[in-house]
Design a protein around this ligand. Structure first.
Ligand code: PMP
Length: 391
């Protein structure tokens, strides 16, 4: 057997903890354990039928070949229209937009195409699990800012200033946030932009994949649209997975400055080439759909948010951050003594509920509940959580 399998690229990088936790819950259920799983970060809604029809017609009409690396012209134009209409962002579809195999690949493209060993990437905790791992795979060092509940889980200007060094290359932002559901306001973004104006070499990635899942009429602004100067160095990442129930089609996209998109496209040309042709046709149809569907789905998530937050509020052992968007509820265990030194996900598994432990998001002592599941499971999960913390 060959001794060393893993390259330096993978050394110190764990497999995705959220994917692993979701798999563990599936395995336990398959083995007959009574587990309610609220782990997975994917909509329980199906892909809209007209999107499936569009994919079927595209395949039948021969759109089954390689596409340009950056995406089909039709999809890139649909994305440019989306950015213009929904985000007040003008991008040239031929040079400033890239389509990839999921937002995940687009984020990977961006970091691998730009980072050198020793560079630093500022990541706000709680964060999506893959940001630090991808940064490390690029040889860079993640630098964490701990966003506090008092500031709505958005970093302050002072926190950003303190995290910046001459080696900082990227600031990663993700609102609505996975796992906290926080949404940044225009004022909060403007304060960060003001700091960044003094550091012209820092790029910003704004991962806006949960844009369409917002509650209580919360407003949304893209970081790229906050000032013209920020537009010139922000990569706005989005995709169809979460909004349209299309996780398995694997289409994500980004708009950004030409030189950055060119570097990412060059990288992607050697990794996957263009994303699946049929999936691109499907994504184009999704972006052209009546947005009423998205509002309807967001309203369902909002009811579930109310259900879960309402039930968990009964526990004095838990602090529940009421999310403004995305489809997660992030909960803090007030006194971790009750866990008896065990990770919170193990502790809750003993009580028949699978969650993702906050460690995966850089927030020990917290756990994430996905509300992308139906009311009966959410009820059962909350009942079990309340009982686990009642002793
Ligand atoms: N960003 C965030 C914050 C996410 O939660 C996810 C999915 N879990 C992604 C990016 C990746 O989405 P996809 O690759 O399915 O487009």
């Amino acid at each position: 057997m060959v001794h060393t399998i893993q390259s330096h690229l993978l050394a110190g990088v764990p497999a995705s903890q959220s994917i692993a936790a979701a798999q563990r819950a599936r395995d336990l259920k398959a083995a007959g354990r009574d587990i309610v799983a609220v782990t997975v970060g994917e909509p329980d809604f199906a892909t809209p039928p007209e999107v499936i029809e569009a994919a079927f017609s595209a395949a039948r009409e021969g759109q089954t070949k390689y596409t340009p690396v950056s995406g089909t012209t039709g999809l890139r134009q649909a994305i440019a229209r989306k950015f213009q209409q929904e985000n007040a962002l003008a991008y040239d579809p031929s040079t400033e937009i890239l389509v990839g195999t999921g937002a995940k690949q687009v984020i990977y493209d961006a970091l691998i195409a730009t980072l050198n060993p020793g560079d630093e990437v500022i990541i706000v905790a709680p964060y999506w699990v893959s940001y630090p791992s991808i940064a490390r795979m690029a040889g860079a060092t993640p630098v964490f800012i701990e966003a506090s509940p008092e500031h709505g889980l958005v970093p302050t200007a002072a926190q950003l200033e303190a995290a910046i060094t001459p080696r900082t290359r990227w600031l990663m932002l993700n609102y609505p946030n996975n796992p906290s559901g926080a949404i940044a306001s225009r004022e909060q973004y403007a304060a960060l932009a003001k700091v960044l104006e003094r550091y012209p070499d820092i790029l910003v990635m704004s991962d806006e994949i949960y844009e369409h899942i917002r509650f209580d009429g919360s407003a949304f602004i893209s970081f790229g649209a906050i000032t013209p100067e920020m537009r010139e160095r922000t990569l706005v990442v989005n995709g169809v997975s979460k909004a349209f129930g299309m996780t398995g089609w694997r289409i994500g996209y980004a708009g950004g400055p030409r030189a950055l998109i060119a570097a990412m496209t060059k990288l992607q040309s050697h990794v996957t080439g263009g994303a699946s042709a049929v999936s691109q046709a499907a994504a184009q149809a999704a972006l052209q759909m009546d947005p009423a569907l998205l509002a309807q789905r967001a309203a369902t998530y909002e009811q579930r948010r109310d259900l879960v937050c309402g039930l968990l509020a009964a526990s004095p052992a838990l602090d529940v951050v009421r999310p403004s968007g995305a489809f997660y509820v992030f909960v803090r265990v007030r006194d971790t003594e009750v866990l008896g030194g065990r990770p919170v996900d193990d502790f809750l598994l003993d009580h028949g509920v699978a969650v993702i432990a906050g460690e995966a998001f850089g927030s020990p002592g917290w756990f994430r509940i996905s509300i992308a599941t139906h009311d009966a499971d959410l009820q059962a999960a909350c009942t079990r959580i309340l009982s686990a913390f009642s002793r």
